[in-house]
Design a protein around this ligand. Sequence first.
Ligand SMILES: [Zn+2]
Length: 475
Amino acid sequence: MLPSLFAQCRPARWFVTVLLATGVVSAGRCDTAAPATLYTGAWVFTLADGVAGPREPGHLLVSADGFVLAAGPGFEPPAATAGLADARRVDLTGRIILPGLVSGHSHLWQSAFRGIAADGELYPWLNALHRTYGKFFVEGDFAAFTRHGALDQLRHGVTTTYNHSQSIGGSYEIYVEQLAASEALPQRFVFAWVNDRTVDDATWEARLQPLLARAVPAPERSLLAFAVNALGVHSDGELLRREFALAARHGLGAQIHYLEASDTVVAERAKWPMVRDAGGVGPGRSYAHFIHPDTAMVKEAAEAGAAMIWNPLSNGRLGSGLSDIEGYLAAGLKVGMGVDGAASADIADPFENVRLGLYALRMRRQNSKGLQPIDMLRLHTLATARVLGVERWVGSLEPGKFADFLVVNPASPATGPIWDPAATLVFACSSANIETVHVGGREVARGGRVLGVDEVAVEAEVAARVAALRVRTGK
Ligand SMILES: [Zn+2]
C-alpha cells in the first residue's frame, strides 16, 4: 500500500549515509542528490530541552529527504554545516517557525459529530454519540470521518496525532478502516489499537502482528507507531490485564480514559488498585484527562514514570473539570496535551487548546505566575511526544529529527509588533495565522488548505454519509 499521498523521493545522499552509519534509518531510499532548504529570517522555536525561545531571527536547515540539519539563532548555521553550501534559500522574515504540534489524545472519526449533545457531560454525550450512532456505521463511514478529522487537525497545525481509535458497535472490518485511512494521509499518526474483548489473545495477536510492521519511522511515512487503547478500565481487571500485557509483549505504549467526568470520581478512584494490578502504572502508560486523582495517586503515577494527557478544550466543553497541571508537574508527573475528538472539542485547534488551558489555570489561581506561554508550547510538542514515546522523531526541531514544522505569520491576520514571540504565538495568534505546514520537509498545507487533497469531495462525502446514517438511525 502506498504509505502516503505525498510520498516523494528527494534524499540527500550524504545525510542518509550518516544516518545509516548511526543506525538511525534503514536502507532503501533512492539516492538522487538534491539540495537542502534553508529557511532564514524567521523567529525559530526549536523547543529543544534547555533551549530558550528566540530573541533574534534564526534559521532552519532541512535536508532534501526531510530531516532537520540545523536550527537556531542567526540567519544561517555555521559555514561548515553539511548541506548549507548549496542550499536553496527561503526568506521568511517576520514569520515564526515552530515544531508541528502533537496531539496526545484524539478520536479522529468524531470530526463528523461536532456540536452534538451540547448540554451533555461525558456520559449523556457518550449516549448521544457512540451509543446512538455506533451500531449503524457501515463500510466507509469510519474511513471518511477519520480522513475529515485528520485533515482538520493538519490545517490547525497538528502534525502528529495519537489516534485513540474506537470500536463503537460495528464489525472488526469496519473498525479497522480507521487505520487504513490514517496511512493515506500526509501527517503522522500513533495508532492506538482497540482489542475485541470477545476474542482470545491468539486472535488479538493474529490481527495486530501483521500490522505492526506497517509503522516505520521515516520522513515520508504517516504511521509512526502503534499503541494500545485499553478498554478494561471501564469494565473488568482481567481485560485490562490482557491489554497491558499485549502492550508489554510488543513494547507499545498504552493509554486509558481515566478520571474524566466529575460525577464518577469516587468510583473511578476506587479503580486505581485495579489499574495498578493490571500493569497500568509505569513507563509507557498514560491517562487521558486524569482530572480528579487524589494526591497519593499523582505521587505514585509520577514515581512510576506514568503520564497524563491534558485536553482543556474537551474538558471545558463537557464540563469535566480542570486538572491540577502545575501540581502534577511539581510532583514530577509527565504531562502531554491533546485536542481530543472533535465531537467534544469541537475544533481540533492546539492554539485554542494552549490559550484556554493556560487562561483556565490562571483564572483558578487568580494570578499569572506558574506556567508561561513557552511552557505551553513545550507541553503540546516535545512533552507530548515523550508521553507517546516518539520524541526521537518529532516534537522539536533538532538535527536528525523529522522536519515537521509550521510557518506562522503574525502579520496575517495582523497581531501587531512582536514584543515576546512566545506570547505572540500563544496569546495573540490563532491557527488562522498558519501560513504553511510541513511534514518531513514537504509543504502539505498552505493558507488553511491541505495540498493535494480534494477537500470539497471529503466534505461532501462526510455530509452524505452523515445524512444516510441519520436515516438508518431514525434520528
Ligand atoms: Zn477521549
